[in-house]
Design a protein around this ligand. Sequence first.
Ligand code: NAD
Length: 257
Amino acid sequence: MSLQGKTAVITGSNSGIGLGIARELAKQGAHVVLNSFTDRDEDHALAADIAAEFGVDAKYVAADMSKGDDCRRLISESGACDILINNAGIQHVAPIQDFPTAKWDAIIAINLTSAFHTTAAALEGMREKGWGRVINIASAHGLTASPYKSAYVAAKHGIVGMTKVVALETAQEPITANAICPGYVLTPLVESQIPETMKEYDMDRETVIKEVLLKRQPSKEFATTEQLGGTAAFLCSDAAAQITGTTISVDGGWTAL
Ligand code: NAD
């Protein structure tokens, strides 16, 4: 499998799953564009490291995925976008009556609306080149729910729905659109939930991981960023050309329960 000559744009890719996917696609020969809103030296250094390690072109483009114009500028500044990975995401946990409106708005903007803007901006280039892959990083929470995650669950169910629409609108073209639904992956997003959960349940770290985080993940293991990168690479392969408008769960059996 080779992605030589393709360019992958991965939103929210200076850490966690996005960076894992960028590294895997670069390993397959794709040029990659990393993104976050932070614009630090270390963000640019991540791109330089990928270029050096895998011998591909890699660059970092700062753009805030909570802003529609920035989402569209990310695609135009990338130069090319054969593979679009909509990955940027944030989380906030609170009962719905206490859920801050600003957090609701930010989660819907970053986890859902950004993918509308980037996809709308990227499709023209894919059509011109006659090949494209749109891969949305949803979640097990795109298919099931948990209490206290109203905005996140709404955004992730929303992106699964939007994935199906994009697949139908591109069904007769060599473009596919799919969503990957990870269970728990130990990234900064999940790591940040551990201290609060330890306090809330009066548990140590290991117990929180096993009995709270991985409670609904029957494998009792985190999925890894490398496995998600491999799943994205598969969706980019010729073998996946007729896979469109669907979800692939990488969740250790969560959604089988
Ligand atoms: P992470 O915190 O490591 O990564 C989130 C990324 O989004 C970072 O690169 C961050 O810079 C970026 N980001 C946040 N706000 C942004 C903004 N306004 N503009 C641009 N970039 C922004 O978390 P992660 O776990 O790697 O999450 C990546 C995606 O995977 C998210 O969509 C998340 O919902 C999804 N996901 C994660 C898990 C998990 O267990 N970690 C499970 C299911 C789905």
